[in-house]
Write a protein that binds this ligand. Structure first.
Ligand SMILES: Nc1nc2c(c(=O)[nH]1)N[C@@H](CN(C=O)c1ccc(C(=O)N[C@@H](CCC(=O)O)C(=O)O)cc1)CN2
Length: 294
């Protein structure tokens, strides 16, 4: 029996429908949410993601602001663009598209973002709130991919409380922050964060009720590693040439054999990616609504 699909495309589309109504209500009260993006360089993937974010904004009625810099922009150029976005009143929230080019101090750039405009939830103040407010509602942006994963699972009626969750990968946008979200009292899961130094990954994954695979290694979650019926969230992105069409295609961390054994699996593409985009819009709308609540 093959796994049921965690359909990120259709959940994201439903969320965008809900956001459109909330944006209309905000505009009626004189609040226009505006998402800014800062893109440095001409990496085709990053350009595609940023273009998608602006298309999403147009779809739900959020204004959008772009800061595009060439690949040879200096640390000072990038920091100046961050300051412009901090000061622009039309920009109510923004992201710095990652990764930044080699040689740029990413942490220094992220720390300069106004925490109240941090639509990615990656500013140290906002990550710190996740640590400190473990029992309370967090009233700042949450990292988009982790938030999207939880929303995707919960909107399919799957409960995470008490579940054993194994995360593969300790990256800043997924692996590290997702543990903070999943172990909050409101979610109440138990998390093991694995990485390249982990010994006997297979044994850990085999125990997991839920696997969040964000290693970026094609097929790293193999069939023999998965507990029958487990929930597999495929986040990792690798690219390869499709032998039939000759075109580049995305492949995930979950092997087709693992997906057969699972109870639920998120397709890749079509699972976590669209949810990441929808959560960015949610962060911007949530934060605009907070300004009205005072
Ligand atoms: N500042 C940030 N940078 C990056 C983040 C992030 O959350 N904040 N995450 C990724 C890139 N990303 C958003 O920025 C992103 C990745 C993938 C998708 C998506 O919809 N993917 C499609 C497939 C696309 C393809 O074929 O290439 C899917 O999964 O269906 C959206 C956003 C790194 N940088």
């Amino acid at each position: 029996m093959s796994a049921q699909i965690l359909d990120g495309k259709s959940v994201a589309s439903a969320i965008k429908g809900e956001l459109k109504e909330r944006v209309t209500a905000l505009r009626e009260r004189g609040v226009v949410p505006g998402l800014g993006t800062l893109l440095v360089g001409d990496d085709p993937g990053s350009q595609w993601y940023v273009a998608g974010k602006h298309r999403d904004c147009a779809e739900v009625g959020i204004a959008s602001i772009r800061e595009d810099l060439p690949g040879d922009a200096t640390q000072e150029d990038i920091e100046a663009a961050v300051r412009r976005l901090n000061e622009d009143p039309a920009c109510t929230g923004y992201i710095v598209q990652l990764p930044l080019p080699k040689g740029i101090d990413t942490n220094r750039v992220l720390e300069l973002v106004d925490p109240d405009k941090d639509a990615d939830g990656l500013h140290p103040t906002n990550l710190g709130r996740l640590v400190l407010r473990v029992n309370e509602e967090v009233t700042s942006s949450l990292p988009c991919t982790p938030r999207g994963i939880i929303e995707l699972v919960e909107r399919h009626g799957i409960k995470l409380a008490g579940k054993e969750i194994v995360v593969l990968g300790r990256g800043v946008t997924v692996g590290r922050p997702i543990g903070l979200l999943l172990t909050r009292r409101a979610v109440n899961a138990t998390v093991t964060l694995t990485h390249t130094g982990t010994q006997d990954l297979a044994a850990l994954v085999r125990r997991a009720d839920v696997v969040v695979a964000a290693a970026g290694v094609k097929g790293i979650v193999s069939g023999d590693m998965v507990k029958p019926g487990a929930v597999l969230i495929d986040v990792g992105v690798s690219r390869e040439t499709d032998p039939e069409t000759g075109k580049s295609r995305v492949v995930g961390d979950v092997s087709p054999e693992a997906a057969e054994i699972a109870g639920w699996v998120s397709p890749n593409p079509g699972g976590v990616g669209p949810m990441t985009r929808a959560m960015l819009l949610s962060n911007v709308v949530d934060s605009a609504e907070r300004t009205l609540a005072g």
